[in-house]
Design a protein around this ligand. Sequence first.
Ligand SMILES: O=C(CO)[C@H](O)[C@H](O)COP(=O)(O)O
Length: 217
Amino acid sequence: MDQDALKKQVAEAALRYVRDDEIIGVGTGSTANHFIDGLATMKGRIRGAVASSDATAARLESHGIKVFSLNDVDQLPLYVDGADEVNKYREMIKGGGGALTREKIVAAVARQFICIVDGSKQVKRLGAFPLPVEVIPMARSYVARKLVALGGRPEYRKDFVTDNGNVILDVHGLNIMNPIQLEEQLNNLVGVVTNGLFAKRPADIVLVGDKKGVQEY
Ligand SMILES: O=C(CO)[C@H](O)[C@H](O)COP(=O)(O)O
């Protein structure tokens, strides 16, 4: 099975967590896209979805799934999304697709967060994947200097603007010993909107697709 087939397999496994008459939080990326396509096959059973990006909203709507604004929803039982890295504590790096801020907001509201990944995303320690940091444009150089002082090598994601009108710095070389502490530290930098560490609010369940099938932890 190639990587995309593993993503599809794990995305389809997450469909069994979807309950009737609920509004589902939906993530962003190629794994989440497989989940959306699967959700379309049962769209008559759900009320609709909250999207974590404009791209996800467009894909949901293309399948005829009603998209709700998060502000119009008082509770969200389930959020399903991919990740760039996940460790055994279900902490993640996300934001490879640049949707980290909205993903973090939807994850914060959701009662249950299910992370769906293929086996290549599992790591012992987070940080080999460059950590995305969403920054207000005028603060880009200031935040970059602060990130260098913290031992990172920030790289400006060129020709990319987030759905919120901001820029992304992808930070290489961070030694992430304590993900919760680093998540807080980076979010405290003036000009940072949020960063791609999902440690204060980890996933509740991780589904991993590999050659042997789908494992859960
Ligand atoms: O955080 C994300 C987007 O901001 C994605 O979940 C992450 O990049 C994984 O993407 P893919 O499923 O395409 O491998």
